[in-house]
Design a protein around this ligand. Structure first.
Ligand code: GLV
Length: 308
């Protein structure tokens, strides 16, 4: 029995080292190196090339290296008999809380605008917002969304949460699926932390933006295909949205020709809101691998019918 590491970008050495130092008894292979296919029972993947899973007849579980699993569902060689797990990791959670909080403050205090003024040697004080001036609405109240909502609420922000099924979280006003419009009309900083599913693909579009109060701001840290890019640009150019911080794109790296790069009100980061730390994540993969080997239920298993 062994684990196979598959990443399209080939960055597996840190992961292999983490296995070596934390669980040297477990056999691990990089899929680019020769390996005995029949020994593989678990695949640990991040944006894997499609079509590989069917080559492994004894494969039982596909584990994501991160919180998201959309790229596993997109692979036609993933089938319903395989188990799927995702990462729920304290570092991934605090990194996301900190990143979203940083983007909220950068927006409130106009820090991106001062950055552009610096390039013009322009000394100019601009109006800024205080906590009482904004309501942050978080779409997606899973592990990352709920933790981020709590972290912002503890700091004194007014926070709303929207999710498929209603969640009870102290200090947060929550809305369920059918109440999307009620949630949107009260939100002026919209944070997207939804899982990517057929239901949420393209959800950040012109119609949704038009339901937010005029001049709302978007912080998008979920998955590229949630957002219809042209709709965002049009909504910003019409003044319905005042700008956006975007960390995720349908194709990454973002094409150098994308109109997002040159837009003064769109602030781009390279999918860095919360990056899995191999040292931290490998510990839970080892636990799950041992559970798999001893036929116990896995931790952080994804409901492959629900899609998250
Ligand atoms: C990052 O995008 C993750 O899914 O962990």
């Amino acid at each position: 029995m062994a684990i196979l590491l598959i990443r399209q970008d080939g960055k597996t050495s840190q992961w292999l080292n983490a296995f070596k130092s934390q669980a040297s008894q477990i056999e691990c292979f990089d899929y680019n190196e020769p390996h005995p296919k029949e020994t593989i029972t678990m695949a640990l993947v991040w944006k894997q090339p499609h079509g590989l899973f069917e080559q492994y007849k004894n494969l039982k579980c596909v584990a994501s290296m991160g919180a998201g699993v959309d790229f596993i569902f997109e692979d036609p060689s993933f089938h319903q008999e395989l188990l799927m797990t995702r990462v729920v990791d304290p570092l991934l959670i605090t990194d996301m809380e900190e990143f979203v909080t940083a983007q909220v403050y950068a927006y409130m205090k106009g820090l991106y605008q001062y950055h552009s003024q610096q390039s013009l040697s322009l000394w100019q004080q601009n109006p800024y917002l205080r906590k009482k001036d904004i309501t942050i609405g978080i779409m997606g109240m899973g592990v990352l969304g709920s933790a981020t909502a709590k972290a912002l609420s503890v700091q004194g922000f007014n926070v709303l949460g929207w999710s498929n099924s209603k969640k009870q979280i102290e200090g947060i006003t929550t809305y369920e699926k059918v109440d999307l419009n009620l949630f949107l009309e009260k939100t002026n900083v919209l944070v997207c932390l939804l899982p990517l599913t057929p239901d949420t693909n393209g959800i950040l579009n012109e119609s949704l933006f038009s339901k937010l109060p005029r001049g709302a701001y978007l912080i998008h840290v979920a998955r590229g295909p949630h957002l219809v890019g042209e709709d965002l640009i049009q909504s910003i150019d019409k003044g319905q949205m005042c700008g956006a911080a975007i960390d995720v794109f349908p194709t990454e790296p973002l094409d150098t020709k994308s109109p997002f790069w040159g837009h003064s009100k769109i602030h781009i980061t390279p999918h860095c809101a919360s990056i899995s730390s191999p040292e931290s994540v490998v510990a839970q993969i080892v636990v799950n691998y041992n559970r798999l080997t001893s036929h116990q239920p896995l931790l952080n298993q994804v409901d492959t019918l629900k899609g998250y």
